[in-house]
Design a protein around this ligand. Structure first.
Ligand code: ZN
Length: 371
């Protein structure tokens, strides 16, 4: 019986052999040694071929990388999110200081992405598990909301480029640019500058590892498919949060787009982890729509990947039974040529193993049944 299941599993893997089936929880943070390794085995046994593992140099990190590699999982090193370095805050269009570093401070991106990758590959140089490390993943959630930046650095860099001399108070900068008919030009200037920062980082990464996949969360695209979100919101009210929620939630997409344009090209596509379905559940056809729109914006096909969050205490997110999680994850995978990402949080008073087991069992059944 066991052999039969194994053969069926093997067969089902072939169908998705080109696709990445990514488990993106954080087992290292939640589990102790033996249970952690069991969980890594469970991920593999459930039909996944890749896993996110936290960046780190402790024994537990090293052993988990080795374990995942030994059983044939591909690894994305999860390197976290940008840290504030206290040089200059981002400033919004009303002149308010935001609690994040100005996005045009290249040091934050360099220390988050380039320095960490370099340190990782240097410290683990010669280790066999590195062959299984196919990508790095980072989080820009704190950077999906900010307006375009109006801090002194950004604003006067632009004024200098335009050879404009006036001093303008922070809270009046947007209006000033608008009145001079320069607002759009200013936004493009900042986007292009940020794009160049990412380009430089990508060039350096490529110089020591040009096969490394770059992945980030969350992909943000307010300007691209916004009207369709509203449409679906009204169409399926029981699955959705209040209609205007999306509008309030995501204020901007400029950082996401600059990152995409700077770090990806036709040959080296970035993986976009999209959390759109977290609130709605899987919606057929939406994936094709996003791909089409993105191609228009970027002029090449990007590796857009949808995801479901099947376990969450967050208000407004879709409710998942294991059955629904299995069915929708299968749909995600079937309808995306690159693969799919599975994510779930941890239930209170339990661990990731206990919380996720029933879901992973169902997902395994779906991946086998739909061979
Ligand atoms: Zn700034």
């Amino acid at each position: 019986m066991k052999n039969k299941i194994f053969l069926i599993l093997l067969f089902s893997f072939n169908i998705y052999s080109e696709k990445l089936i990514i488990y993106a929880g954080s087992p290292i943070r939640s589990l102790k040694n033996s249970k952690l390794f069991e969980f890594i085995e469970l991920i593999k046994d459930s039909g996944f071929n890749a896993v996110h593992l936290n960046y780190g140099f402790e024994k537990i990190n090293f052993e988990t990388y080795k374990k995942a590699s030994d059983i044939g999982l591909k690894i994305f090193i999860h390197i976290g999110s940008p840290k504030k370095i206290g040089e200059r805050n981002a400033v919004d269009s009303q002149g308010r200081n935001l609690n994040i570093e100005c996005p045009l401070n290249e040091k934050i991106w360099k220390s988050l992405i380039l320095d960490r990758i370099t340190e990782f590959f240097n410290k683990y140089k010669g280790e066999k598990f590195l062959d299984s490390v196919i990508g790095i993943h980072f989080d820009i959630e704190s950077y999906v909301d900010p307006d375009i930046c109006y801090c002194d650095y950004c604003f006067y860099k632009y004024m200098e480029m335009k050879k404009l001399k006036s001093n303008v108070r922070k809270e009046e900068r947007k209006e000033y640019l608008f009145e001079k008919g320069l607002l759009l030009d200013y936004k493009n200037f900042l986007k292009n500058n940020l794009e160049n920062i990412f380009k430089e980082i990508k060039k350096k990464i490529n110089s020591f590892n040009d096969a490394l996949l770059i992945s980030y969360y969350p992909f943000s695209y307010k300007g691209i498919v916004f009207p369709f979100k509203i449409f679906f919101t009204f169409l399926l009210p029981s699955k959705f949060p209040p209609p205007l929620w999306w509008y309030v939630y995501r204020k901007s997409e400029w950082i996401s787009h600059a990152l995409l344009k700077g770090m990806a090209d036709e040959k080296n596509s970035v993986i976009l982890w999209d959390d759109y379905y977290y609130w709605s559940g899987y919606i057929p056809g939406y994936d094709k729509l996003v791909n089409k729109k993105l191609k228009k914006v970027l002029n090449y096909k990007v590796r857009w990947m949808g995801s479901i969050d099947y376990l969450s205490d967050c208000f407004g997110k879709a409710d998942y039974t294991p059955e629904r999680a299995g069915r929708e994850f299968y749909e995600l995978l079937k309808n995306n040529e690159y693969g799919a990402i599975l994510y779930g949080e941890i239930k209170k008073d339990t661990d990731i193993y206990e919380s996720h087991l029933p879901y992973l069992q169902k997902i395994k059944q779906y991946l086998i049944l739909q061979k």
